[in-house]
Design a protein around this ligand. Sequence first.
Ligand code: NAP
Length: 254
Amino acid sequence: MEGTKIAKRFEGKVAIVTASTQGIGFTIAERLGLEGASVVISSRKQKNVDEAVEKLKSRIEVLGVVCHLSNAQQRKNLIDKTIQKYGKIDVVVSNAATNPSVDSILQTQESVLDKLWDINVKSSILILKDAGPHMSKGSSVVIISSIAGYHPPASMAMYGVTKTALLGLTKALAAEMAPNTRVNCVAPGFVPTHFASFITENDALRKEVEGRTMLNRLGTTQDMAAATAFLASDDASYITGETLVVAGGTPSRL
Ligand code: NAP
Protein backbone atom coordinates (compact mmCIF):
# COMPACT_ATOMS: atom_id res chain seq x y z
CA MET A 1 0.00 0.00 0.00
CA GLU A 2 3.04 2.24 0.33
CA GLY A 3 3.10 5.01 -2.23
CA THR A 4 -0.65 4.67 -2.94
CA LYS A 5 -2.72 7.75 -2.17
CA ILE A 6 -5.57 6.80 0.15
CA ALA A 7 -8.37 8.69 1.88
CA LYS A 8 -8.18 9.73 5.54
CA ARG A 9 -11.63 8.61 6.65
CA PHE A 10 -10.65 7.58 10.19
CA GLU A 11 -8.81 10.62 11.53
CA GLY A 12 -9.54 10.97 15.26
CA LYS A 13 -11.14 7.51 15.36
CA VAL A 14 -10.21 4.46 17.39
CA ALA A 15 -10.44 1.00 15.83
CA ILE A 16 -10.10 -2.46 17.35
CA VAL A 17 -9.32 -5.26 14.89
CA THR A 18 -9.35 -8.74 16.43
CA ALA A 19 -7.02 -11.55 15.28
CA SER A 20 -4.89 -8.99 13.50
CA THR A 21 -1.21 -9.90 13.72
CA GLN A 22 -1.16 -11.40 10.22
CA GLY A 23 -3.32 -12.05 7.17
CA ILE A 24 -6.57 -10.22 6.52
CA GLY A 25 -6.82 -8.72 10.03
CA PHE A 26 -3.29 -7.27 9.84
CA THR A 27 -3.98 -5.58 6.49
CA ILE A 28 -7.32 -4.22 7.76
CA ALA A 29 -5.51 -2.76 10.80
CA GLU A 30 -2.84 -1.28 8.54
CA ARG A 31 -5.45 0.23 6.21
CA LEU A 32 -7.50 1.82 9.01
CA GLY A 33 -4.29 3.17 10.52
CA LEU A 34 -3.06 4.64 7.23
CA GLU A 35 -6.46 6.32 6.94
CA GLY A 36 -5.83 8.00 10.29
CA ALA A 37 -7.25 5.68 12.95
CA SER A 38 -5.53 4.76 16.19
CA VAL A 39 -5.59 0.99 15.87
CA VAL A 40 -5.58 -1.73 18.52
CA ILE A 41 -4.29 -5.03 17.19
CA SER A 42 -4.38 -8.37 18.98
CA SER A 43 -3.91 -12.11 18.74
CA ARG A 44 -3.15 -15.10 21.00
CA LYS A 45 0.65 -14.91 21.03
CA GLN A 46 2.69 -12.09 22.56
CA LYS A 47 5.51 -12.67 20.06
CA ASN A 48 3.12 -12.22 17.12
CA VAL A 49 1.63 -9.09 18.70
CA ASP A 50 5.11 -7.61 19.27
CA GLU A 51 6.25 -8.38 15.72
CA ALA A 52 3.11 -6.90 14.18
CA VAL A 53 3.39 -3.72 16.27
CA GLU A 54 7.04 -3.44 15.20
CA LYS A 55 6.01 -3.63 11.51
CA LEU A 56 3.31 -0.97 11.89
CA LYS A 57 4.48 1.51 14.49
CA SER A 58 6.59 3.77 12.26
CA ARG A 59 3.62 4.33 9.93
CA ILE A 60 0.49 4.27 12.10
CA GLU A 61 -0.65 4.85 15.68
CA VAL A 62 -0.92 1.32 17.04
CA LEU A 63 -1.36 -0.50 20.35
CA GLY A 64 -0.83 -4.26 20.63
CA VAL A 65 -2.63 -6.39 23.24
CA VAL A 66 -2.64 -10.18 23.62
CA CYS A 67 -6.20 -11.46 23.32
CA HIS A 68 -7.34 -15.03 22.76
CA LEU A 69 -10.93 -14.34 21.77
CA SER A 70 -12.34 -17.24 23.77
CA ASN A 71 -10.78 -15.94 27.02
CA ALA A 72 -13.15 -13.61 28.92
CA GLN A 73 -10.38 -11.97 30.96
CA GLN A 74 -8.31 -11.27 27.84
CA ARG A 75 -11.34 -9.83 26.00
CA LYS A 76 -12.00 -7.51 28.95
CA ASN A 77 -8.32 -6.53 29.04
CA LEU A 78 -8.40 -5.68 25.31
CA ILE A 79 -11.28 -3.26 25.85
CA ASP A 80 -9.83 -1.86 29.11
CA LYS A 81 -6.42 -1.18 27.51
CA THR A 82 -8.09 0.49 24.52
CA ILE A 83 -10.12 2.79 26.76
CA GLN A 84 -7.14 3.55 29.03
CA LYS A 85 -5.02 4.62 26.04
CA TYR A 86 -7.54 6.12 23.60
CA GLY A 87 -10.70 6.77 25.68
CA LYS A 88 -13.31 5.49 23.18
CA ILE A 89 -14.08 2.93 20.47
CA ASP A 90 -15.36 3.96 17.03
CA VAL A 91 -14.81 0.79 15.00
CA VAL A 92 -14.68 -2.91 15.87
CA VAL A 93 -13.65 -5.42 13.22
CA SER A 94 -14.42 -8.95 14.38
CA ASN A 95 -12.08 -11.15 12.38
CA ALA A 96 -11.12 -14.24 14.40
CA ALA A 97 -11.91 -17.74 13.14
CA THR A 98 -10.75 -21.29 13.46
CA ASN A 99 -11.14 -24.27 11.14
CA PRO A 100 -9.75 -27.25 13.03
CA SER A 101 -11.32 -30.14 11.08
CA VAL A 102 -11.98 -31.44 7.57
CA ASP A 103 -14.57 -33.95 8.84
CA SER A 104 -18.12 -33.96 7.56
CA ILE A 105 -20.55 -32.30 9.97
CA LEU A 106 -21.97 -35.53 11.36
CA GLN A 107 -18.45 -36.91 11.92
CA THR A 108 -17.22 -33.80 13.75
CA GLN A 109 -16.45 -34.35 17.43
CA GLU A 110 -18.54 -32.40 19.91
CA SER A 111 -15.45 -30.66 21.31
CA VAL A 112 -14.62 -29.43 17.78
CA LEU A 113 -18.20 -28.23 17.23
CA ASP A 114 -17.89 -26.30 20.49
CA LYS A 115 -14.55 -24.76 19.46
CA LEU A 116 -15.93 -23.68 16.06
CA TRP A 117 -18.97 -22.10 17.70
CA ASP A 118 -16.86 -20.49 20.45
CA ILE A 119 -14.31 -18.75 18.24
CA ASN A 120 -16.23 -18.15 15.02
CA VAL A 121 -19.57 -16.99 16.44
CA LYS A 122 -19.69 -16.59 20.21
CA SER A 123 -16.49 -14.54 20.47
CA SER A 124 -17.92 -11.99 18.00
CA ILE A 125 -20.92 -11.57 20.28
CA LEU A 126 -18.91 -11.42 23.50
CA ILE A 127 -16.34 -8.89 22.28
CA LEU A 128 -19.20 -6.61 21.18
CA LYS A 129 -20.87 -7.09 24.54
CA ASP A 130 -17.71 -5.66 26.14
CA ALA A 131 -17.10 -2.98 23.50
CA GLY A 132 -20.73 -1.86 23.04
CA PRO A 133 -20.96 0.43 26.10
CA HIS A 134 -17.95 2.43 24.80
CA MET A 135 -19.34 2.89 21.27
CA SER A 136 -21.24 6.07 20.56
CA LYS A 137 -23.24 7.63 17.72
CA GLY A 138 -21.61 7.08 14.33
CA SER A 139 -19.69 3.99 15.40
CA SER A 140 -19.47 0.88 13.32
CA VAL A 141 -18.85 -2.87 13.43
CA VAL A 142 -17.61 -5.09 10.61
CA ILE A 143 -17.83 -8.86 11.02
CA ILE A 144 -15.65 -11.05 8.78
CA SER A 145 -17.63 -14.02 7.44
CA SER A 146 -16.69 -16.04 4.31
CA ILE A 147 -17.93 -17.04 0.88
CA ALA A 148 -18.12 -20.49 2.53
CA GLY A 149 -21.07 -19.15 4.53
CA TYR A 150 -23.22 -19.20 1.37
CA HIS A 151 -22.33 -22.72 0.20
CA PRO A 152 -20.53 -24.58 2.99
CA PRO A 153 -18.00 -26.75 1.08
CA ALA A 154 -17.74 -30.45 2.02
CA SER A 155 -14.15 -30.10 3.26
CA MET A 156 -15.06 -27.31 5.68
CA ALA A 157 -18.80 -27.70 6.10
CA MET A 158 -19.17 -26.85 9.76
CA TYR A 159 -16.78 -23.92 9.43
CA GLY A 160 -19.05 -22.73 6.60
CA VAL A 161 -22.12 -23.08 8.79
CA THR A 162 -20.56 -20.89 11.49
CA LYS A 163 -19.89 -18.32 8.76
CA THR A 164 -23.56 -18.58 7.67
CA ALA A 165 -24.48 -17.79 11.28
CA LEU A 166 -22.47 -14.55 11.03
CA LEU A 167 -24.70 -13.36 8.17
CA GLY A 168 -27.71 -13.72 10.50
CA LEU A 169 -25.80 -12.24 13.42
CA THR A 170 -25.03 -9.17 11.29
CA LYS A 171 -28.75 -8.59 10.59
CA ALA A 172 -29.77 -9.17 14.20
CA LEU A 173 -27.04 -6.99 15.73
CA ALA A 174 -27.64 -4.22 13.19
CA ALA A 175 -31.21 -3.93 14.51
CA GLU A 176 -30.10 -4.24 18.12
CA MET A 177 -27.25 -1.69 17.94
CA ALA A 178 -29.13 0.86 15.77
CA PRO A 179 -29.30 3.79 15.46
CA ASN A 180 -25.93 4.62 17.05
CA THR A 181 -23.85 1.77 15.67
CA ARG A 182 -23.96 0.26 12.17
CA VAL A 183 -23.17 -3.45 11.83
CA ASN A 184 -22.07 -4.91 8.50
CA CYS A 185 -20.23 -7.95 7.25
CA VAL A 186 -17.59 -8.82 4.66
CA ALA A 187 -17.63 -12.29 3.07
CA PRO A 188 -14.18 -12.85 1.54
CA GLY A 189 -13.43 -15.33 -1.20
CA PHE A 190 -10.17 -17.27 -0.96
CA VAL A 191 -7.11 -15.25 -0.03
CA PRO A 192 -3.65 -16.84 0.15
CA THR A 193 -2.98 -16.43 3.88
CA HIS A 194 -1.72 -18.96 6.43
CA PHE A 195 -5.38 -19.84 7.17
CA ALA A 196 -6.10 -20.86 3.57
CA SER A 197 -2.69 -22.37 2.82
CA PHE A 198 -4.10 -25.91 2.50
CA ILE A 199 -5.99 -24.69 -0.58
CA THR A 200 -3.81 -22.00 -2.02
CA GLU A 201 -0.53 -23.95 -1.82
CA ASN A 202 -2.00 -26.88 -3.76
CA ASP A 203 -1.64 -25.91 -7.44
CA ALA A 204 -4.60 -27.92 -8.76
CA LEU A 205 -6.92 -26.76 -5.97
CA ARG A 206 -5.75 -23.18 -6.37
CA LYS A 207 -6.52 -23.25 -10.10
CA GLU A 208 -9.95 -24.73 -9.40
CA VAL A 209 -10.73 -21.96 -6.88
CA GLU A 210 -9.45 -19.28 -9.28
CA GLY A 211 -11.61 -20.78 -12.02
CA ARG A 212 -14.71 -20.34 -9.87
CA THR A 213 -14.14 -16.58 -9.80
CA MET A 214 -15.13 -14.31 -12.68
CA LEU A 215 -11.90 -12.36 -12.31
CA ASN A 216 -9.74 -15.47 -12.53
CA ARG A 217 -7.65 -14.78 -9.45
CA LEU A 218 -7.64 -15.23 -5.69
CA GLY A 219 -8.39 -12.29 -3.44
CA THR A 220 -5.75 -10.23 -1.66
CA THR A 221 -5.71 -9.05 1.92
CA GLN A 222 -5.84 -5.51 0.46
CA ASP A 223 -9.11 -6.34 -1.35
CA MET A 224 -10.63 -7.32 2.01
CA ALA A 225 -9.19 -4.30 3.81
CA ALA A 226 -10.60 -1.89 1.22
CA ALA A 227 -14.12 -3.34 1.56
CA THR A 228 -13.91 -3.37 5.35
CA ALA A 229 -12.66 0.22 5.48
CA PHE A 230 -15.53 1.31 3.23
CA LEU A 231 -18.18 -0.35 5.41
CA ALA A 232 -16.58 0.97 8.61
CA SER A 233 -16.35 4.52 7.26
CA ASP A 234 -18.90 7.31 6.96
CA ASP A 235 -18.98 6.60 3.21
CA ALA A 236 -21.28 3.73 4.24
CA SER A 237 -23.29 5.80 6.72
CA TYR A 238 -26.67 4.61 5.31
CA ILE A 239 -25.65 0.94 5.12
CA THR A 240 -26.33 -1.42 8.00
CA GLY A 241 -27.17 -5.10 8.37
CA GLU A 242 -25.59 -5.91 4.99
CA THR A 243 -22.98 -8.36 3.83
CA LEU A 244 -20.56 -7.39 1.09
CA VAL A 245 -19.26 -10.42 -0.82
CA VAL A 246 -15.65 -9.75 -1.90
CA ALA A 247 -14.93 -12.85 -3.92
CA GLY A 248 -14.20 -11.87 -7.51
CA GLY A 249 -17.62 -13.00 -8.69
CA THR A 250 -17.55 -16.47 -7.09
CA PRO A 251 -21.20 -17.63 -6.98
CA SER A 252 -22.82 -16.60 -3.71
CA ARG A 253 -26.38 -15.29 -4.16
CA LEU A 254 -28.50 -13.30 -6.62
P1 NAP B 1 -4.51 -15.88 9.12
O1 NAP B 1 -3.68 -15.22 8.09
O2 NAP B 1 -4.20 -17.31 9.47
O3 NAP B 1 -4.43 -14.99 10.45
C1 NAP B 1 -5.12 -15.34 11.58
C2 NAP B 1 -4.85 -14.33 12.69
O4 NAP B 1 -5.72 -14.64 13.76
C3 NAP B 1 -3.45 -14.39 13.26
O5 NAP B 1 -3.06 -13.06 13.58
C4 NAP B 1 -3.61 -15.24 14.52
O6 NAP B 1 -2.56 -14.91 15.43
C5 NAP B 1 -5.00 -14.80 14.98
N1 NAP B 1 -5.81 -15.74 15.76
C6 NAP B 1 -6.11 -17.02 15.43
N2 NAP B 1 -6.94 -17.54 16.35
C7 NAP B 1 -7.18 -16.57 17.26
C8 NAP B 1 -7.95 -16.50 18.46
N3 NAP B 1 -8.63 -17.55 18.92
N4 NAP B 1 -7.98 -15.34 19.16
C9 NAP B 1 -7.27 -14.28 18.72
N5 NAP B 1 -6.53 -14.28 17.61
C10 NAP B 1 -6.47 -15.43 16.89
O7 NAP B 1 -6.07 -15.88 8.75
P2 NAP B 1 -6.88 -15.05 7.64
O8 NAP B 1 -6.93 -15.85 6.40
O9 NAP B 1 -6.40 -13.65 7.60
O10 NAP B 1 -8.36 -15.11 8.24
C11 NAP B 1 -8.97 -14.01 8.89
C12 NAP B 1 -10.47 -14.11 8.77
O11 NAP B 1 -10.84 -14.16 7.40
C13 NAP B 1 -11.10 -15.36 9.42
O12 NAP B 1 -12.31 -15.00 10.03
C14 NAP B 1 -11.38 -16.26 8.24
O13 NAP B 1 -12.46 -17.15 8.48
C15 NAP B 1 -11.76 -15.23 7.19
N6 NAP B 1 -11.65 -15.71 5.82
C16 NAP B 1 -10.44 -16.05 5.30
C17 NAP B 1 -10.38 -16.50 3.99
C18 NAP B 1 -9.09 -16.88 3.34
O14 NAP B 1 -9.13 -17.46 2.23
N7 NAP B 1 -7.95 -16.58 3.90
C19 NAP B 1 -11.56 -16.64 3.24
C20 NAP B 1 -12.77 -16.31 3.81
C21 NAP B 1 -12.80 -15.83 5.11
P3 NAP B 1 -2.12 -15.88 16.69
O15 NAP B 1 -1.70 -17.18 16.11
O16 NAP B 1 -1.02 -15.12 17.38
O17 NAP B 1 -3.35 -15.97 17.54
